[in-house]
Design a protein around this ligand. Structure first.
Ligand SMILES: Cc1ncc(COP(=O)(O)O)c(C=O)c1O
Length: 467
């Protein structure tokens, strides 16, 4: 075991050291090599060292280099050193974070991390948290608590009786609600489409003046951080309107909620603290390893009411039983990495990481605008939407950038127009990464704009990658 762990540490180190020099996306050759893994189920045991050798030789080159500083796709964080190292140690511990009795350390670290997180994100001290796999499950978990609370207010126990014959619930979302909220609503039996949709403005913010009259019971889903623009709904104003009718307000803050941790940016998400529940991701802007999401619920009782389970063989813990707050019972100890990330960053480090990535995003926008590109959004957080002339050229530029490999950006459609998304979410992105990526993006645009014959284009090199 000792040799194996030493070897794998060396392999991981080599992998991480190589990220700066390699292309962000795997090469065609690396992808072809994946066929080597597609073998018949072995009849006999294999030496674990040989298994890891195969995994590293074939697997490492076929990764997306999301741990480096030049991956700007979707909204992907990297992995902070303390969080990665804690993840390794926790792997060795192999703890089941279901109960205090199955893992006192997991239970205690969740308690501590929950306290630090509510402080850092300026959420109510007494709210309860669930450590789940991502923002989709965090939305599901928080909305389950909302469903319990709203129906209980009408004398309906949804956990016991289900939704058959239940009083109808109104659900309000915006036209720009993330599909994970819709999915959560579907999973909860509330319906993906059985919603009232509030129109949005040009940045994707819910228009408070178009907010509907509500009759109890209702759940209102708002957003802190639009996946394309980074825009934040007017949550404070929506809370006022919704709470006046006794409705529950849920915030999907998968990445935008982290703005609360920065004194410079907290004003953007002002009012978010007045909501009743929140979902966010730790694997995005907190930069812990996948997978890791967080649900917070203000009225602490409703979370365990929705999630708890009892059985004769399951003792009540001396302290918090994490599995009484989450959809899963057995699960990995996600709180370990969250604790390690927060312990290593401290309040100042966390604020700096959020500010720094937003600064890089602003620089991307300024430089691309100066080069003649159109920036479609107000760059309020870490998201930039760039358009290169028309839809077709924009698609070609995105494809060119992805094939050239210096950096990786994805595409989207924003209010009917094709755009490239730049999401700066990794602690590892440096000013040099941004400059290298800018050169590649501008070069790709020039190359595609100059080309009049559509079809497969040769990829322009922006010079040696190691500069
Ligand atoms: C606003 C928003 N909500 C929810 C999600 C889903 O997060 P996850 O993939 O962690 O479930 C995302 C993902 O980017 C998001 O941006």
């Amino acid at each position: 075991m000792a040799d194996l762990l030493r070897q794998v540490a060396a392999r991981a180190q080599r992998y991480l050291d190589g990220l700066d020099a390699r292309l962000v996306a795997p090469t065609q050759e690396a992808l072809k090599q994946l066929d080597l893994l597609d073998e018949p189920f072995p009849e006999c045991p294999t030496d674990p060292a040989a298994v890891i050798d195969l995994l590293d030789r074939v697997g490492s080159p076929a990764t997306m280099a999301t741990g480096g500083g030049r991956y700007f796709g979707f909204v992907h964080g990297g992995c902070l050193p303390a969080a990665l190292a804690a993840n390794w140690l926790a792997g060795a511990w192999d703890q089941n974070a279901a109960l205090h009795v199955t893992s006192p350390i997991a239970s205690r670290l969740e308690e501590v991390a929950q306290r630090w997180l509510t402080e850092a994100l300026d959420l109510p001290e007494d709210c309860e948290a669930a450590f789940v796999s991502g923002a989709t499950m965090a939305n599901f978990t928080a909305l389950a608590a909302a469903r319990t609370a709203m129906l209980e207010g009408l004398g309906w126990n949804v956990e016991a009786a289900g939704l058959y014959g239940a009083p109808p619930l109104t659900v309000v979302v915006s036209e720009e609600t993330h599909p994970s909220v819709s999915k959560a609503l579907g999973l909860l039996g509330l319906g993906r489409e059985r919603v009232v949709r509030v129109p949005v403005d040009e940045q994707g913010r819910m228009r408070a003046e178009a907010f509907p009259e509500l009759a109890r019971p209702a759940i209102v889903c708002v957003q802190a951080g639009n996946v394309n623009t980074g825009a934040v709904d007017p949550v404070g104003r929506i809370c006022e309107l919704a709470h006046a009718s006794g409705a529950w307000v849920h915030v999907d803050g998968a990445f935008g909620l982290w703005a609360k941790a920065s004194p410079r940016l907290a004003g953007l998400v002002e009012g978010v603290e007045r909501a009743d529940s929140w979902a966010t991701d730790a694997h995005k802007w907190l930069n812990v390893p996948y997978d890791s999401g967080l649900a917070f619920v203000r009225h602490a009782d409703f979370l365990p009411r929705a999630m708890a389970l009892r059985a004769a063989y399951i003792p009540k813990g001396a302290r918090r039983d994490p599995g009484q707050y989450t959809p899963e019972l057995s699960r990995r100890a996600r709180g370990v990495e969250i604790w390690a990330a927060l312990r290593s960053l401290g309040r100042a480090g966390l604020a700096d990481m959020i500010d720094r990535t937003c600064g890089h995003a602003r620089h991307f926008a300024d430089a691309l605008r100066a080069a003649g590109c159109e920036i479609l959004n107000e760059v309020v957080l870490n998201q930039v939407l760039v358009r290169f002339g028309d839809d077709e050229t924009t698609l070609r530029v995105i494809d060119h950038i992805q094939r050239e490999g210096t950096c990786w950006c994805g595409g989207t459609t924003w209010q009917g127009r094709t755009a490239m998304r730049i999401s700066v979410t990794s602690w590892a992105t440096t000013a040099r990464d941004v400059e290298r990526s800018l050169r590649c993006v501008i070069q790709a645009w020039r190359c595609e704009a100059a080309r009049d014959v559509p079809g497969d284009s040769p990829v322009a090199s922006v010079g040696p990658l190691l500069v």
